[in-house]
Ligand binder design. Structure first.
Ligand SMILES: [Ca+2]
Ligand SMILES: [Ca+2]
Ligand SMILES: [Ca+2]
Ligand SMILES: [Ca+2]
Length: 388
């Protein structure tokens, strides 16, 4: 009997160690069901045999005798049942321990405030998480490279987590959560403690193999907005840089126009401060700007922001910055195409007055679709400024 016990204990220990350390293939709900079914059926059959042939089964637990002994088939069957039940119970326990499900293939928002995140796999419900804020955008992206997508969601008001970006694992566990609000650098800014996540993108900005998240966050009660750049490292979001903008930012586009593995970031918004130094603009004016992914920081023109110690906040690192005139005209679409066929993609910027501008990676306007195609009278003007 003692021998049986030692073998049993040794086998269990080895199984547990192996199961926890081996790189196993993805496990599905169906696998868990199979283990549970085999375990149940084997246990039922063993119980039936024990009841029907108690004397034979009792022999299983007696010490082996030296002389040759007749072994009825019934004992062989019982041993196989016990073994199957045992293996299945270990397998089932392991599955419960890892609780890995099928990967999420779709997410939806529910609730009156669009504040409930619901995950599906091939139309089957997986999990539901109520969040403390209206979901402005949610996407699936495998941040840590384990072949299971994480859910990344940005939040706006109402709710206590307004301005937060939240990440959930494929099993619905909270992975990380960051507040995008920051005290404004603009001196005339009122006290404000809420921001909303307007848009975000996930990509590898500088091609170092680590995923980055670029977030547009607008102050709710004040005009300040910012681009926040985070890197996802060891299960956490680590902040890399911030770019301040005196006016709301609306959309981000992450593209590698020249295919050099460094992403270009295109952002659209509105600038409230330029009219202070250029009154002819007649008001807040729409803007479009581009950054090289490995250098996003500083502040947009005209640069009225100051550090907390009262010093000038550094000027922005954008590759180029355009304003759209007149002020009634806004950006309406962005299409990427190689308009001059030089092998480097260009930006086709469509405006709300139906005019289009084609801008290359260097910020040069290479073509305008005006005349009969364009019903408006808009113009695109580069704002050039430097740290000099
Ligand atoms: Ca993952
Ligand atoms: Ca990166
Ligand atoms: Ca590039
Ligand atoms: Ca081109």
């Amino acid at each position: 009997m003692r021998t049986y016990f030692i073998v049993f204990l040794g086998f269990t220990l080895v199984s547990v160690v192996l199961l926890r350390n081996l790189e196993l293939p993805p496990i599905t709900v169906q696998d868990e069901k199979l283990f549970n079914t085999v375990a149940s059926l084997s246990a039922i059959l063993f119980a039936f045999l024990s009841a029907a042939y108690p004397n034979y089964i009792a022999r299983l637990f007696e010490p082996p005798k030296r002389e040759n002994q007749f072994t009825p088939k019934i004992i062989t069957v019982a041993v196989i049942c016990l073994f199957l039940a045992y293996i299945s119970i270990i397998g089932g326990s392991y599955l419960s321990y890892v609780t890995v499900l099928l990967p999420i293939t779709d997410i939806q928002f529910e609730g009156n405030n669009q504040d409930i995140l619901v995950a599906y796999t091939d139309n089957s419900f997986l999990w539901r998480r109520p969040l403390n804020g209206k979901i402005t955008k949610a996407i699936l992206n495998d941040l840590d490279g384990d072949n299971y997508p994480e859910v990344i969601a940005g939040l706006a008001d109402p709710g206590d987590d307004t301005g937060y970006l939240v990440i959930y694992s494929t099993t619905g566990q909270a992975v990380d959560k960051i507040n995008t609000w920051q005290e404004t650098i603009y001196p005339e800014g009122e006290e404000s403690y809420y921001a909303k996540v307007v848009d975000f993108q996930v990509g590898d900005l500088e091609g170092d193999g680590k995923k980055d998240i670029i977030i547009l966050s607008n102050d709710i009660y004040w005009f300040a907005s910012r681009i926040l750049v985070y890197e996802f490292r060891d299960g956490k979001l680590i902040m890399k840089s911030v770019y301040w903008h005196p006016g709301y930012l609306y959309k981000t586009y992450l593209l590698d126009l020249n295919k050099d593995n460094t992403q270009e970031l295109l952002v659209t918004g509105v600038n409230n401060d330029l009219k202070t130094i250029v009154p002819e603009l007649g008001g807040n004016i729409r803007t479009v700007m581009m950054f090289e992914g490995d250098r996003i920081g500083g502040q947009a023109p005209p640069g009225f922001g100051i550090n907390s110690n009262g010093e000038e906040y550094p000027l922005g690192t954008q590759s180029w910055y355009f304003i759209i005139q007149p002020k009634e005209v806004a950006d309406s679409k962005v299409i990427i195409e190689d308009i001059d066929k030089n092998g480097i993609d260009d930006i086709h910027l469509g405006l709300s007055d139906s005019c289009s501008f084609y801008i290359n990676i260097n910020g040069e306007i290479i073509q305008e679709a005006m005349g009969t195609v364009c019903k408006g009278n808009s113009s695109l003007d580069a704002i050039i400024f430097s740290n000099e």
